[in-house]
Design a protein around this ligand. Structure first.
Ligand SMILES: [Zn+2]
Length: 287
């Protein structure tokens, strides 16, 4: 398998749950070599509601509620690069149950999104969001957008290059793309090595670091204008589930399920380990 960022032959790194993870010796991009053809099987209802086999969320909307402030700042950051527009439009790839779309609407944006999960899109529509079941490669847009947002998405797709190319087509001139993804070059990731919590094949197929993500964006016609790391707030059940996925001990799974039914569900901790990279990149001016 060749590295999609620099073209170097990737080398075997390790295996998890029957999936081979390979690593580029030059730019350190990591990827799952033998990913399944149909990924939609991994994004059923259980992914959003705590099915431990699917390595997803304990309760997506609840987990997101605690990150509302982060999302509002996210919108402000993006808006800062779109000066002079009264009503701005945003397209979210991987909109899940519509939490961000709804928030963007409430803050005066025209928001629209797609997701691979029929369950999630149904929930998004129930919230009043404009959303449809689709992948970006099959999406036929009737208009262009000022911003495209992909939160924890690029690591899930089979072809990040075409994802970025298609995003570029979908953007207005001077439009921006905002991406978050786990950073495999972060101190936290390097300390944990193969036990880093973001190694969840086949949901996560690519593991970027800030540098190779930036290179890929540049290759795809984007100039990175903003880059930082941010942390997240995690609920207790989510943290227990992480422990389960790290250790494989059923004890933690029981704690996760138990705590999600009690007041513990409402307690969240700022587990800011700075292992999420967050970039905003601007579409190059047409030559
Ligand atoms: Zn590479």
């Amino acid at each position: 398998m060749r590295c999609l960022v620099c073209g170097t032959d990737m080398k075997y790194y390790f295996e998890k749950k029957g999936f081979k993870i390979v690593k580029c010796p030059r730019c350190l991009l990591m990827a799952v070599e033998n990913f399944p053809a149909d990924l939609s099987l991994y994004y059923t209802e259980g992914y959003f509601t705590g099915d431990a086999r699917l390595d997803g969320y304990m309760d997506y909307d609840f987990d997101k509620e605690v990150t509302k402030k982060t999302y509002i700042n996210f919108l402000k950051d993006i808006g800062g690069f779109l000066s002079g527009k009264a009503r701005r439009s945003v397209f979210e790839v991987g909109c899940a149950t519509g939490f961000f779309l709804k928030l963007a609407n409430d803050h005066g944006w025209q928001a629209e999104g797609i997701d691979i999960s029929a369950y999630a899109v149904k929930k998004a529509i129930e919230k009043g969001a404009i959303a449809s079941v689709n992948t970006l490669e099959n999406y036929h847009a009737s208009k262009k957008f000022d911003a495209i947002v992909m939160q924890d998405v690029i690591e899930h797709v089979k072809d990040p290059v075409s994802l970025l190319n298609k995003s570029r087509e979908l953007l207005n001139d001077n439009g921006v793309i905002a991406i978050t993804t786990p950073d495999s070059g972060s101190l936290w990731a390097r300390v944990w090595g193969k036990y880093w919590h973001a190694f969840v094949p086949p949901q996560h197929l690519y593991y970027f670091n800030s540098r190779n993500l930036k290179s890929l964006l540049q290759k795809s016609g984007f100039e990175v204008v903003y880059s930082k790391h941010h942390g997240k707030w995690f609920t207790i059940p989510y943290i227990m589930r992480l422990f389960y996925s790290w250790t494989g001990l059923n004890f933690f799974l029981k704690l996760a399920n138990f705590s999600s039914k009690t007041f513990l569900k409402k307690i969240s901790l700022p587990l800011n380990v700075y292992d999420t990279t967050y970039m905003i990149a601007k579409k190059y001016e047409q030559q």
